[in-house]
Design a protein around this ligand. Structure first.
Ligand code: NAP
Length: 543
């Protein structure tokens, strides 16, 4: 059966519905590759995408300055040699528009469009144990059935809009970095406020400041940011990587976080302060996230961590001219307990006369008024308010959807105390539902593209295995799932990553269970996934 000839099946409601080998929820990089992979294996599959275009993260996050913070030569697909040889990135860190072009190029190149349905949100997914199919209902009232569901819904796709009193009364332009309009937004001559100082804000702030009459930055927690040193990729670098692409990818996959961050195996504490300083200077000059690779003890020893953190605080004090502003911008938490940000001119932006930094931890935001933002000690008149307030990360895209497994169990109830998955891929009680880069997988702690490909390859192989063996159903077993959840927590607990109020822990969303969600360690994770398969899908029940 080809992908476009879907079978007709009788749904549980007795109505005929189109039937697919797989329904894929989301048309970002995960969904596109899942469609290509599953079709290549002979399954019929269809992507349902809520947006009116593909590209996921790069479709929605169009704010000024949005660009990837992992080198594009790495943050790209590797499943097709011709694609990775022929595609050229214009810059070391591609801008959002180029990433969107790339997604569209992939859809054109692999003829994915006939099996992509845009402007369609999956409203509900329900597993019918009698017929062993999933029933998917769209927000257009359409129902289809599928043997498998692939949740390619992304880790950072459900935006977080804080419940500020009076938000709806704001009469200026209200924007969220994660839902930026397609049309360019002109800030010329305007008084702009931005709430948040995470990765999105840190990329946006320098560009908005350069345009606006005045920019007020409302900061609750200072973040560490390192310079991108973005620019064109030297031809020699491109030639070198392309001449050994497979080896380059393989070597990166063996590192702790799955990216080319120049990992050292020695520890910071083995070195003198002068040696450490020289190493951190080297990494600051190199730019990007290579601070993660500085020393082997950076993520586990607070004393070692503070040597790098102090180095970055020193840089902030050098760059920012006003000492009081510099102090406010200096983070106090451990480096990397929240994701390190990558910027172009962020700290220097606070030297501009039209930029003000307001500490909303000291004077909390009390309300949004018709004309501005009120903290406990001042009212700021604004024409535009930008919320750079992040996402209900990892679980939000899944728990905000009505997903019901065996016996009508709702995923949001199954996860009431925090997400429980086996390998971040599957959930007990939800057979044949696969999550790409789900909680419990390395996902956001890695370069997402290789993680996505590894997951989709695993899912494709599992679906193929079931079909080849006359099986219909694969379900994670509770003991295996419980052991995996415990392992994910045990791995993170001794590290710096578990020590502050990050979205890794769900701590940015009021009331969200505090559970460390991603799995730390790409290479051991891949080995574990392969071992599970080699042992006949150990920890799963196949029927
Ligand atoms: P984020 O890191 O969660 O930052 C949200 C910001 O909003 C934080 O500064 C947070 O303060 C603040 N905030 C949230 N609620 C608030 C409230 N009620 N009052 C005041 N401040 C509030 O979100 P993000 O910047 O969108 O980034 C999320 C992740 O997306 C990043 O960590 C990264 O993984 C990814 N990302 C990547 C790129 C890239 O590749 N270049 C770019 C953007 C984003 P607190 O810290 O105090 O909570």
């Amino acid at each position: 059966m080809t992908s476009t000839e879907s079978q007709t099946a009788v749904s549980a409601a007795g109505l005929t519905a189109k039937h697919y080998g797989a329904v894929i929820v989301g048309g970002g990089f995960a969904g596109l590759y899942a469609l290509h992979k599953l079709r290549g294996l002979g399954f019929s599959a269809r992507i349902y995408e809520a947006g009116d275009g593909i590209g996921g993260t790069w479709f929605w996050n169009r704010y000024p300055g949005a660009r990837v913070d992992i080198q594009s030569l790495e943050y790209s697909y590797q499943f097709d040699e011709a694609l990775q040889q022929q595609w050229d990135w214009s810059e070391r860190y591609a801008p959002q528009s180029e990433l969107l072009d790339y997604a569209n190029h992939v859809a054109d190149r692999f003829d994915l469009w006939p099996d992509i349905q845009l402007d369609t949100r999956i409203a509900a997914l329900c597993y019918d144990d009698a017929t062993r199919v999933w029933r998917a209902t769209t927000d257009r009232g359409e129902t289809v059935t599928a043997d498998h569901v692939v949740m390619a819904t992304g880790c950072l796709s459900s935006t977080n809009t804080p419940d500020f009193p009076g938000l709806a009364s704001f009469e200026g332009r209200l924007l969220h970095t994660g839902r930026w309009p397609k049309e360019p937004v002109d800030f010329s001559g305007r008084r702009v406020g931005i709430v948040g100082t995470g990765s999105s804000a840190i990329q946006t702030i320098p560009l908005v400041a350069a345009q606006a009459a005045h920019l007020t930055v409302f900061q609750r927690t200072a973040n560490y940011s390192v310079p991108a040193h973005n620019g064109p990729i030297p031809d020699a670098v491109v030639r070198d990587v392309k001449s050994r692409y497979a080896d380059y990818r393989a070597a990166n996959n063996l590192t702790a976080l799955g990216a080319d961050w120049d990992y050292r195996e020695d520890t910071a504490m083995e070195h003198t302060p002068e040696e450490r300083e020289a190493e951190y200077e080297r990494r600051w000059a190199r730019g990007g996230l290579s601070f993660y690779g500085s020393y082997a003890d950076l993520l586990v020893d607070p004393v070692a961590n503070n040597t790098a953190a102090a180095f970055i605080r020193g840089k902030i004090r050098q760059i920012v001219e006003d000492p009081a502003t510099a102090e406010k911008l200096c983070p106090t938490a451990a480096l990397a307990c929240k994701r390190i940000c990558v910027d172009t001119g962020y700290y220097a932006t606070f030297n501009r006369p039209n930029v003000t930094l307001v500490d909303v931890k000291a004077a909390p935001i009390e309300a949004i008024t018709a004309t501005g933002l009120r903290t406990s000690d001042a009212l700021y008149e604004l024409d535009d308010l930008i919320l750079a307030t992040g996402f209900d990360a990892m679980t939000g895209p899944l728990t905000r959807m009505d997903i019901r497994g065996v016996g009508g169990l709702a995923l949001k109830d199954a996860w009431a105390e925090g997400p429980k998955t086996y390998l971040g891929l599957c959930v007990a009680g939800f057979p044949n539902l696969f999550i790409v880069a789900g909680p419990g997988s390395p996902s956001v702690l890695t370069n997402m593209l290789p993680s996505i490909e590894q997951h989709v390859n695993w899912i494709g192989a599992a679906a193929d295995y079931l079909r080849a063996n006359g099986l219909k159903r694969i379900e994670a077993q509770i003991p295996a799932q419980d052991a995996w959840v415990a392992h994910v927590n045990e791995t993170a607990a001794p590290t710096i990553l578990a020590t502050c109020n990050s979205w890794y822990l769900g701590a940015n969303i009021p009331g969200k269970p505090r559970v460390f969600m991603p799995y730390l360690g790409f290479a051991p994770y891949v080995a574990k996934c392969e071992e599970v398969v080699a042992r006949g899908y150990e920890g799963f029940e196949l029927a």
